[in-house]
Design a protein around this ligand. Sequence first.
Ligand code: ADP
Ligand code: MG
Length: 596
Amino acid sequence: MRIRYLPETLINQIAAGEVIERPAAAIKELVENALDAGASEISITVRGGGKSLIVIEDNGSGMSQEELAAAIDRHATSKLPGDDLLDIKHLGFRGEALASIAAVAKLSISTSQDGQEGWQIRVEGGRKAPITPAAQTKGTRIEVRDLFYATPARLKFMKSERAEFIAIKEIIQRIAMAYPRVRFTLTHDEKTALLLPAEQDPKARLAKIMGTEFFDNAMEIASEREGIALSGFAGLPTLHRKTAQHQYLYVNGRPVRDKLLQGCVRAAYMDVLARDRHPLLALFLQLPSEQVDMNVHPAKTEVRFQDPGLVRGLIISALKHALHENGQSASSSVSNATLGSFQPANHPAPSLPLHRGSHAAVPKYYAQHQGMQDSYAQSFEAYQPSARTETMPEAAEEQSLESHPLGAARAQIHENYIITQTEEGMVIVDQHAAHERLVYEKFKAQIASTGIERQGLLAPDIVTLEASDAQHVLAHAEELAKLGLELEPFGVDAVAVQAVPALLSGRVDTRTLVQDIADELAENGQSDSMEERINHVLSTMACHGSVRSGRRMNAQEMNALLRQMEDTPYSAQCNHGRPTYVNLQLSDIERLFGRS
Ligand code: ADP
Ligand code: MG
């Protein structure tokens, strides 16, 4: 076996494998270059999911003839003025993207520095053709044909054109969110897929990408600590998704998928959302460039913070604060969904266009259902006024109750839903979910005031770990003890668990618990495992200790529950992120009956 030095083209292809993983990755690099060049308009044209053609045009600074020649060489960049990898003011800094693309595709660049003559260069499979004059008068146009033709192995692993295109659109949206003043257009196979005009107000760009539903149900976040600023929008916990795909996180204008940041989001919503559900949010973290290392991941999507604890503290407390402030509001999407479900659930969809205008005076909804009269009459018979008056309080008292946010209890149906009247409409409360939240918050308040009770173990549990893990865990022994977990050193690679929180005793495997804590400490310098588990147990206990659906309540009891909800943090949702109540405005109800 002989060691040999690899030829330049092969070196570039190997590097390209890391940086340019798929068409979307190439586009990300090229769009970042356009932004770094100060472009205010960027147009992206792709064909065949980006595999056959990518064209990126920008109106940025352009390049001189010499710069153009250097641009496609590996490790040639205009963006690192000194030798400090922490002094990064641009999206690019490695000088790798163009070289990588040139190594695996047919690349052609035309560029011009405002008003000066234009130049063009072509590179195929790493071989440069001489620079020639070009008709370009402003900015840069980059054309990438037959991506990965030089690396058939990679080509084979491309997904369908559609899947590649979805990834392209996603990455452009992610970048565009952070650059509202730049106009972006994306065309795929001759069809316009994205048109994002330049916006003065960053919120307008966010709304275009995340949708108005998000905006109607988002809390504004603005917080600062020791020169680190966090801004953006976070969704109410009742608006959630199965994946974290709708979480847009940025560090200094750069979209990232960072574990630490994702962990912060999870920790902040831990109390108000089931573990497998994810909130929607767009958060922008801004901090001095020397406090963050961007050079961690080939696609620059992960970062390392100089002071991770500070960043974590800032994000978690900003989110928790907002959640607390908005703890009483369930998302409007909940009531919209409710309203939406009224109609299709029981009746065939009305054929509106046929009837539009011809029944102007008659509520159109009734006019189209022959069977309506019957069921309408039937429901009147089933209605028993006497059952209602019995439990209802005096009129004057009633009035004052209605002024409370959750209103005055009017009825309980199916032994679980409380119907209340508010000044502006009505509320339906899920009494079990509501009670679950009340019990849970009570448990937490108790723990906060009296501390967590410990349960000593008769014989200590010896947990063997890697030596470094054991040290990590022991370094945090004091904090852990506050949460009820008592640890002592045991040799170099083990800890002796002396006591566990009484709440968890018999419910968790100490080994897994300690290992999880060690893993989290190694990764983030901080661990939520204990708190998460304790909260999980509390929430299970709350669930079992709550009024099960099926219990009848009288008006007094119902009103007492409503008042308690109004006084309890996070009471708009149960511990699993399900809403505890739905608010229907009178105007919504009128709309249902075609009255408005
Ligand atoms: P990096 O962005 O890390 O510097 P690239 O390989 O992406 O590395 O680009 C190399 C250089 O080419 C950049 O530093 C920049 O000077 C120049 N360049 C690339 N794209 C453009 C563009 N669209 N407009 C102006 N200059 C560009
Ligand atoms: Mg670049």
